[in-house]
Design a protein around this ligand. Structure first.
Ligand code: TXA
Ligand code: MG
Length: 320
């Protein structure tokens, strides 16, 4: 398994050129990448992830200039955001050119496109003559991977190589945004805060679920979910309520004396939302490996990256 993980860009380039898949590091989460212009590679992505084909993929490119090859228009607000935040945790939904296969967009006329901010993956993209389609490198609906080992643990048997770029700096998926009207629309809360976006474009609309709306695929209410059930609320009350069960605690910063340390994770003892975001998916994985009946957790402050974390928490508990 370990030989499958490494920093060998040549190996990654040659596998991708051969139509194979490679897991890649990004600043948000690890991606399961393949040639975005090759239908066979795209089919492999859906198969390895066990992902339904109605759930479209994000296309990763190396520069803003390259955007023009793949999209028909580049609205003013999209341009502003691109100039301020790309490379970075931002995905633009823009009208696609024909060159983007329908399988990438699940038949939509818009393609989701972003420039990842990770030196290894940017070098990889520089060396490839095509963009990379890459969903998060986890089985469909499970917790997203934020280091190479997470990918190996779950998809190691199914993919030929994992480029190891260390732990993800941001730790939450990109924020997805579209531009049908003067007000941009947020489709997925993510690693770029809404506050930062609004500072550039003015107020946005937020339209982020639900499971019953097939026009918003990937926003299924059960997502980012551990195998162990998750309950969200006031932790003191939940601990009381589940006193006859084996519990794990995921708190923002508090510790609880009545619960053994081994069963508790604090997202950020300093109450820092960026740190909490970085730790969030690893913490979920760690708790999911314990011999417990339920994971008890709480919402974080609804501001900055706290909003994206709360969105993931709700979905992990199927409250979305
Ligand atoms: O940070 C990220 O965005 C990571 C890294 C690997 O880049 N990728 C990621 O991909 O989160 P994935 O497949 O786990 O989530 C992509 C979601 C889809 O589920 C869907 O909600 C949305 O992006 N999406 C992609 N293409 C779309 C399209 N054409 N129209 C509407 N939504 C789209
Ligand atoms: Mg995902």
């Amino acid at each position: 398994m370990s030989s499958k993980m490494g920093k060998d860009l040549n190996k990654a380039v040659s596998l991708l050129m051969d139509g194979e898949l490679v897991a890649i590091p990004t600043e948000t989460v690890y991606g399961l990448a393949g040639n975005a212009l090759d239908t066979n590679a795209l089919i492999k992505i859906f198969e390895v992830k066990n992902r339904p084909k109605f759930d479209p993929l994000i296309v990763h490119i190396k520069s803003i200039q390259e955007l023009e090859k793949y999209v028909l228009d580049f609205p003013e607000n999209a341009r502003k955001l691109a100039n301020s935040f790309m490379p970075g945790p931002l995905t633009l939904l823009l009208l696609k050119k024909k060159i983007i296969p329908d399988l990438v967009t699940a038949g939509s006329d818009k393609v989701a496109i972003r420039i990842p901010s990770h030196p290894m993956t940017l070098s990889l993209l520089e060396r490839l003559p095509f963009p990379l389609a890459a969903p998060s490198a986890n089985p469909f609906t499970y917790i997203s991977p934020t280091n190479a080992q997470h990918v190996a643990d779950q998809l190691g048997e199914k993919i030929k190589y994992i480029l190891d770029g260390g732990p993800c700096e941001i730790g939450l998926e990109s924020t997805i945004i579209s531009f049908e009207s003067d007000r941009p629309t947020i489709h997925r809360k993510g690693g770029l805060s809404i506050e930062a976006i609004e500072a550039a474009t003015g107020p946005v609309n937020i339209q982020t679920h639900s499971s019953s709306n097939p026009s918003a695929p990937g926003q299924l209410s059960k997502h980012y979910a551990p195998k162990i059930p998750v309950r969200i609320g006031n932790l003191e009350n939940l601990i009381q309520q589940y006193r006859n069960n084996r519990v794990g605690i995921l708190s923002f910063y508090k510790t609880f004396e009545q619960i053994p340390k081994k069963y508790q994770v604090q997202l950020s003892p300093d109450k820092n939302l960026e740190d909490a975001a970085k730790n969030f998916f690893s913490a979920m994985r760690k708790l999911d490996q314990l011999d417990i009946d339920v994971i008890l957790t709480e919402f974080l402050p609804e501001e900055g990256l706290g909003r994206a974390i709360n969105d993931r928490l709700s979905r992990s508990a199927s409250l979305g």
